[in-house]
Design a protein around this ligand. Structure first.
Ligand code: ZN
Length: 248
């Protein structure tokens, strides 16, 4: 495969069109800010897609050309159809990377892939968020300082009801006192998944240089590794032996 992953930045794109306070922060939409951050970090194959486009922006053709999908959703989780969820889930199983951002923790696709409630505690009170790197050798931490001062953000607190991550890269601290596992890596099928916490819609978090670096690092990490073609999946069917068999 091409060494530069093809990234599709998906956003439900509803808050920006219905809440002036959000539009003031993200006049071109959250997806545009995320895409700009990826491009500034050297990713050259970046496109955006939104919920109100045909097939919810995620047709089979779009997904087939996507190595890594980033997902931002909040107020319209319920509008994402089961058919869309199934298309995305199948692509993850077949090797597409998925980066789930902030309130995407409660999206249908993340819950479907995790198999747990994915619930958490939250507070909108301008807590200060500081993200600590707890796995400095992980590729997603490349080039970062040992902590990121995000600034004012929504608080997410434990317990975060997800499976224990395969790798935990970040822990957030909030000035109200809570901590949160804010950078969680998983594998489902052949696909890599990264959950990254910050990015409430009323804060300019996706313009933060280190937050942008994390998402770009995650896109490179989550891209398919170029191993044997994962399709067709085994599909639970019998296969002939590779070696001649006799004597049984
Ligand atoms: Zn939020």
């Amino acid at each position: 495969m091409n060494s530069e992953p093809r990234v599709t930045v998906w956003n439900e794109y509803r808050h920006e069109q219905s809440h002036p306070a959000v539009a003031a922060v993200y006049p071109q939409g959250i997806h545009a800010a995320i895409a700009e951050g990826l491009r500034r970090n050297g990713l050259t194959h970046v496109r955006t897609a939104t919920l109100d486009e045909p097939e919810q922006g995620l047709s089979a053709a779009v997904l087939a050309e996507t190595d890594v999908l980033t997902w931002w959703g909040h107020m319209a989780h319920g509008d994402v159809t089961d058919a869309t969820v199934q298309r995305v889930r199948e692509r993850v199983w077949d090797g597409m990377g998925l980066i789930v951002l902030h309130s995407g923790h409660y999206s249908k696709i993340f819950k479907a892939l995790m198999g747990t409630p994915c619930e958490l505690y939250w507070r909108e009170a301008d807590d200060h968020e500081r993200i600590w790197v707890v796995d400095p050798g992980h590729p997603i931490a490349a080039g970062l300082p040992n902590h990121i001062e995000v600034g004012p953000e929504e608080m997410y607190g434990e317990h975060f009801d997800v499976p224990a991550p395969d790798h935990l890269v970040f822990i957030s601290w909030f000035s109200g006192g809570e901590v949160f596992r804010s950078g969680c890596c998983y594998t489902r099928g052949s696909g890599k998944i990264f959950y990254f916490r910050p990015g409430h819609e009323t804060y300019p978090t996706y313009f933060h240089a280190d937050v942008r670096r994390v998402i770009a690092n995650a896109a490179r990490w989550a891209a398919p590794a170029g191993g044997p073609p994962p399709t067709p999946r085994p599909s639970d069917r019998p296969v002939p032996p590779l070696e001649p068999m006799s004597g049984y």
